[in-house]
Design a binder for this molecule. Structure first.
Ligand code: CAA
Length: 256
């Protein structure tokens, strides 16, 4: 891969966007690399958590404007559909995904963070959907995921003004879980370690229960939750977790 790399630390994968000369902007080549990498991650049962971050001063400064500048309507639509499909694949990973937003996360960069389960921002992070300043709408599902995350009015304000907001404002509006004073990647790794100590199947089923029930009524979601809750009782880790509690020991989860 030319613009992406993955480092594995036990069950934690750290994916770094590395195209610093263009502030890690997503050109077609990077998107294709991401698509293939997500396929690898999806079948890698040793990974429980995947962190996304950027090299240098940007997380991702958006889709590549130079490449997009020459697209016609049909090509523009196809480019949007490609990004949507890849980010949907990211969102649907079994693994917990974390965006460690180290710098600019604009347009497609903000949209990639939106497709993750958790978002943490470094103090220097700048986020936003500046597409209208370029004559386009958000294209990689920002118009869909942002309102669901931060509410309709706030999403419309960010998208219609195209303004960039800092980490503190992003935290205040719920765009990120937390602003981190120190190294945001180290913080994301700490969160990942906490998640890693828990029963892997229970974490995976919790993600599935939340995501598949989101947008449904509580009663509809309850049916899904009951299914996943029941499945946990077929796992060795449920026996391990509960007997460790009763015997006042630390559980030794195996992910089965
Ligand atoms: N696409 C292509 N190249 C980009 C880029 C992008 N999205 N963002 C930055 N770059 C390039 C610049 O062109 C520049 O390259 P050159 O040195 O060859 O000129 C290099 O990265 C460094 O950028 P700047 O000199 O502009 O750095 P800066 O610190 O002065 O400004 C910035 C940083 C405010 C992030 C500014 O680069 C910027 O506004 N970038 C564009 C952000 C943007 O509009 N993103 C949305 C894209 S549209 C989109 O993503 C659609 C979608 O929904 C899928």
């Amino acid at each position: 891969m030319n613009h992406l790399r993955i480092e594995k630390r036990g069950a934690v994968g750290i994916v770094t966007f590395s195209r610093p000369e263009a502030l890690n902007a997503l050109n077609l080549e990077t998107l294709k690399e991401l698509d293939a990498l997500l396929d690898e991650i999806a079948t890698d049962s040793t990974l429980g958590i995947v962190i996304f971050t950027g090299e240098g001063k940007a997380f991702i400064a958006g889709a590549d404007i130079k490449e997009m500048s020459v697209l016609n309507a049909e090509e523009g639509r196809a480019f949007g559909v490609l990004g949507q499909r890849i980010f949907y694949k990211l969102e649907r990973l079994d693994q917990v995904t974390i965006a460690a937003v180290n710098g600019f996360a604009l347009g497609g960069g903000c949209e990639l963070a939106l497709a993750c389960d958790l978002r943490y921002a470094g103090a220097k992070a700048k986020m936003g959907q500046p597409e209208v300043t370029l004559g386009i709408t958000p294209g990689f599902s920002g118009s869909q995921r942002l309102p669901k995350l931060i509410g309709l009015a706030r999403a419309k304000e960010l998208i219609f003004t195209g303004k960039m907001i800092g980490a503190v404002e992003a935290e205040q509006m719920g765009l990120v879980n937390k602003v981190v004073d120190g190294d945001v990647l180290e913080y994301a790794i700490e969160v990942a370690s906490t998640i890693e100590r828990n029963a892997p199947l229970a974490v995976k089923y919790s993600k599935k229960a939340i995501d598949s029930g989101y947008g449904q009524t509580v009663n509809e979601g309850n049916v899904l939750e009951a299914g996943f809750f029941g499945l946990c009782f077929a796992s060795e880790d449920q026996k391990e977790g509960m007997s460790a509690f009763i015997n006042k020991q630390k559980p030794n989860f195996k992910g089965i």
